[in-house]
Design a protein around this ligand. Structure first.
Ligand SMILES: [Zn+2]
Length: 135
């Protein structure tokens, strides 16, 4: 059953999503690395955009709020289809774990205005977030 739905889901996806399944960055024909790999090159990260927002929040520990503030997440739980997240600034956020929700959309599009000052999100975390491509 799961295999069938997985197949159907993949068929509906563009090619680049299938490439990301194998955790291989899409090969760029023009820029071919000639022998030596450059360690200075930033690593591009990939996350599946089809994942539910709970899984994404659990991985990146960031929560873009409705008014454009990016919070750091201390803990996140899933109870009866609701995501309950506690931010570092002491807020509790609760949202339905829907892939079509505002949260999911904002995570995918990295849509936020500014990081929360109280949460003190380390800059590497924000960098990591901005390097992440949702495919
Ligand atoms: Zn905050």
């Amino acid at each position: 059953m799961t295999q069938l739905s997985e197949k159907a889901r993949k068929a509906a996806l563009p090619v680049e999503s299938r490439v990301a399944d194998k955790e291989n960055p899409p090969a760029n024909g023009a820029a071919k690395p000639s022998g030596a790999s450059k360690p200075a090159l930033k690593k591009q990260r990939y996350l599946r955009r089809q994942k539910d927002p709970f899984t994404i929040v659990q991985q990146i520990k960031l929560w873009p709020s409705k008014n454009g503030i990016l919070h750091g997440v201390r803990s996140v739980k899933l109870k009866s289809g609701m995501i309950a997240a506690e931010t570092h600034c002491g807020r509790t956020m609760q949202l339905r774990n829907s892939r079509n929700s505002r949260l999911a959309r904002h995570l995918r599009n990295k849509f936020y205005d500014r990081p929360c000052k109280k949460c003190r999100i380390p800059s590497w975390k924000i960098d990591k977030f901005s390097e992440t491509t949702f495919v």
